[in-house]
Design a binder for this molecule. Structure first.
Ligand code: ADP
Ligand code: MG
Length: 317
């Protein structure tokens, strides 16, 4: 199978919203009047971002999911994406499920594949996603203010827990492992929540590198600090069967690969945030608040700051 056969068979579909899709030198996008384009790129490399054994259908889903998650964090509506693919060989048995996983999620979000590049090489997948957001309304990392609540959607830490099982460092009952593995291999980008938070959230980011790190980005960009409650953070881990307290905190605080949203909002919006989340059938939890004093503090049940060693991955070393 040549490069053009691969493109024609697996990655060419009729353009819908875009004036021009796959097949020309450029694709054309037509954002609606008054909208800004939100653009984000993620590169996934075999061995570093995914295991070589992962089911290609799930991999296709995940590659787009991590990009849609960036649009969600900005409150942008998905429009289109491009796919740059480096493949060791053109294997239809791999390409067919990969493209189904990818395009299935794309269709669910009305996000069209409009172009890309295909080349022989080590397996890597680079997607650039385009979304639109009303001018001036994108959710940024820089808007958190002292007194704002800190919120997190869904669950955190389960993806990393599955990875630790794959690495042989942790054992889990099989139902718990399957639940955690789904979080690792099939993350759900919180696109609807991101849209619903426009005008409510003062700042937002998606959690790809772990809560401490990604909330840290919001804090630095906003020039503020935060206090979060260990108990609330621990409760973000969905899979609890066979996981100790210290591990639960470490996983939820610094696990990574979650693709949830961490966001801040003024306390007067608490009810509206809950309503917005309920409308998109996504759970949200308040885990702390923004303070003027820079840095991230994690408090125990008595309100005392924990040393962050408690949340490190020494448990798994
Ligand atoms: P060029 O040489 O002008 O970069 P290519 O020959 O690489 O164009 O690609 C031909 C067409 O196929 C282009 O429209 C390109 O965007 C599209 N394309 C290439 N690879 C992919 C892919 N993996 N997915 C979607 N479209 C692709
Ligand atoms: Mg090319």
């Amino acid at each position: 199978m040549g490069e053009f056969d691969v493109i024609a068979r697996f990655f060419t579909r009729a353009a819908r919203r875009s004036p021009l899709g796959v097949g020309d030198d450029c694709a054309l996008l037509a954002p609606r009047a008054g909208m800004q384009l939100a653009v984000s790129t993620d590169l996934l490399i075999e061995g570093r971002h995914f295991l070589s054994t992962v089911d290609p259908h799930r991999l296709g889903h995940k590659c787009l999911a991590v990009n849609l998650s960036d649009l969600a964090a900005c409150g942008a509506e998905p429009l289109a994406f491009t796919l740059a693919l480096s493949l060791p060989q053109a294997d239809p048995d791999w390409l067919e499920p990969f493209s189904r996983g990818l395009l299935g999620l794309a269709d669910a979000h009305g996000c069209e594949l409009v172009g890309g590049d295909t080349t022989r090489g080590p397996l890597s997948i680079c997607i650039t996603v385009f979304g639109e957001v009303p001018a001036g309304q994108a959710l940024l990392r820089s808007g958190a203010r002292p007194g704002d609540d800190v919120w997190v959607s869904g669950s955190l830490g389960d993806a990393r827990l599955a990875l630790e099982v794959f690495r042989g460092r942790v054992g889990l009952p099989s139902a718990a492992f399957e639940a955690a593995r789904n979080r690792l291999e099939q993350p759900t980008p919180r696109v609807a929540l991101g849209l619903a938070l426009r005008g409510l959230a003062s700042a937002a980011a998606d959690v790809s590198d772990g809560l401490a790190g990604d909330l840290g980005h919001i804090l630095r960009r906003s020039g503020v600090g935060a206090c979060i409650e260990a108990e609330a953070v621990r409760a973000l881990l969905a899979v609890r069967d066979g996981v100790g307290e210290a591990e639960a905190l470490a996983l939820a605080l610094s696990g990574g690969d979650d693709y949830e949203l961490v966001f801040t909002a003024a306390p007067q919006h608490r009810g509206a945030v809950q309503d917005a989340a309920a409308q998109c059938a996504t759970s949200v939890r308040r885990i702390g608040r923004i303070e003027a004093d820079p840095g991230l503090r994690v408090l125990d049940a008595q309100g005392r700051p924990l040393s962050l060693n408690h949340a490190s991955f020494d448990h798994f070393a």
